[in-house]
Design a protein around this ligand. Structure first.
Ligand SMILES: [Zn+2]
Length: 204
């Protein structure tokens, strides 16, 4: 049903994307990366996405420009750290690109722990219901959807990255910093740092 090993991966600058790409190439997928530039104020997300796509074996890397589309603090066009419908938009573009290059697979580094540490509710398009319905729809279109990190904790992803030999010093999680140094206080920085603390302590 899914005859080829060609895949589209949605690529950001963070730990999840780098780990997922490495995992896909180790599993002998021919991976084509899409990097989304939606006007992120923290440009490290894009530069690190490009670096990691090349470093971990993507066969091609394309940048998709979506400037001015989303409302969010991440692109300086709002106050919240959610980017409403981002994953839905990304997945739709990935599906269109998969058809264009005759890829039978889409990889997405969805990670349910990617919410503000004190936020109990999940972002709507990171929920299990969204992932399941998107996967079902893509399946009907002959595309297999892969989100193997969706139930993995951040420290678990870090441990997996280390086992696969991914250099996480070349990843970028911060959504706030406009310099080359992460801010250390945004939700993504806190979650990243907490993940490293837990992984370094040998827990999971
Ligand atoms: Zn930050």
């Amino acid at each position: 049903m899914f005859p080829n090993r060609r895949a589209v991966i949605l690529m950001g600058g963070g730990i999840d994307s780098a780990t997922l790409l490495k995992l896909a190439t180790v599993q002998l997928y021919e991976v084509h990366a899409l990097v989304f530039d939606y006007g992120q104020v923290s440009r490290g997300d894009i530069t690190h996405a490009h670096h990691n796509a090349k470093a971990h074996g993507a066969k091609s890397v394309k940048t998709v420009a979506l400037d001015g589309v989303f409302v969010s603090a991440l692109n300086g066009n709002g106050t919240g750290s959610e980017v409403p419908f981002r994953n839905l938009v990304f997945m739709s573009i990935a599906a269109a690109h998969a058809k264009a290059i005759r890829a039978g697979h889409i990889f997405m580094g969805l990670c349910r722990s990617d919410v503000e540490p004190k936020t109990s509710e999940l972002f709507a398009d990171t929920s299990g219901g969204f992932v399941a319905s998107a996967a079902e729809f893509l399946d009907e279109q002959g595309i297999q959807f892969h989100a193997p990190l969706v139930d993995v904790t951040k420290s678990g992803v870090i441990n997996l990255a280390r086992a696969l030999g991914v250099d996480l010093s070349k990843s970028w999680s911060c959504w706030k910093s406009t310099t080359r140094k992460p801010c250390g206080v945004c939700g993504a920085c806190k979650q990243r740092n907490r993940g490293f603390r837990i992984a370094d302590a040998g827990e999971s």
